[in-house]
Design a binder for this molecule. Structure first.
Ligand code: PGA
Length: 241
């Protein structure tokens, strides 16, 4: 594991963008796993800037997002589909047919989840997967539990996740109770992992993450078993280390 502590969110975002950009420059047809949430917003803005300046080409890149609320319409401003177009896809030259996001509108979520894993396999697996961490230690929507699921699946959101994500919705009861998420299999199967952790509210889970134990009750701790993991934190998130 390689760990880097940045001064603040801006620096962390620059570092994250640099890691993603170097991956795409080295392998223009990279398969990227992407995350949503507050953390990657400035990183996506930095990648969009690199494209605008002519420094980065997304034309051969394929992407797979980690998760999506379920059910949710793509045109809902809180859907992760909307988020990705708003923060990245509309600003760069990625091909629409190379973009994959779990389908929050599907009538058959089990089939959609199975097809998602198959699409990741058919693309040759993920070259680099960007991840955030929930205040409860979740990755994607793999919530703390006695066992984690390998495959992409429908999951029920943890009360703490609903609480944490309520800030994006007009009211807490608008937060969907379920989600579709990549399982721990596709996540650990990625060739490289990049975990970004920013902010004071993540300090407690960061302490747990580096406690020296691996547990499905802190799903992100499983990432520590991956042979190519980079964790980039800011000082606020690292303050209890
Ligand atoms: P955040 O979400 O970036 O909004 O903190 C991270 C996560 O829940 O995985």
């Amino acid at each position: 594991m390689y760990r880097m502590i940045c001064r603040n969110y801006e620096e962390l975002s620059r570092v994250g963008a640099h890691v993603m950009a170097e991956q795409v420059k080295r392998k223009p047809d990279s398969v990227l796993g992407l995350a949503t949430g507050g953390t990657p917003v400035a990183m996506y803005a930095a990648l969009s800037d690199m494209y605008r300046r002519g420094d980065l080409d997304f034309s051969r890149v394929t992407t797979f997002n980690l998760d999506e609320y379920y059910p949710i319409r793509k045109d809902n401003r809180q859907s992760y589909d909307f988020f990705m177009w708003d923060n990245l896809f509309s600003h760069v030259n990625i091909s629409r047919e190379n973009i994959h996001i779990p389908n929050g509108e599907t009538k058959n979520p089990e089939a959609a989840c199975a097809a998602y894993d198959e699409a990741v396999r058919a693309a040759g697996g993920l070259d680099l997967l960007l991840l955030g961490i929930g205040v409860n230690g979740h990755i994607g929507f793999n919530e703390p539990a006695p066992a984690l699921t390998l495959a992409t699946h429908v999951t029920e959101l943890d009360a703490s996740t609903i609480e944490a994500n309520a800030r994006f919705f007009a009211q807490k009861d608008e937060v969907p109770r379920h989600a579709l998420t990549m399982g721990i299999g596709a996540i650990m199967g990625a060739r490289r992992l990049l975990l970004l952790i920013s902010g004071d509210n993540k300090a407690a889970v960061v302490k747990k993450l580096f406690s020296g134990a691996v547990s499905t009750e802190t799903p992100a701790s499983l990432l520590l078993l991956h042979p190519d993991l980079t964790i980039v934190l800011d000082e606020a998130a690292a303050r209890l280390l």
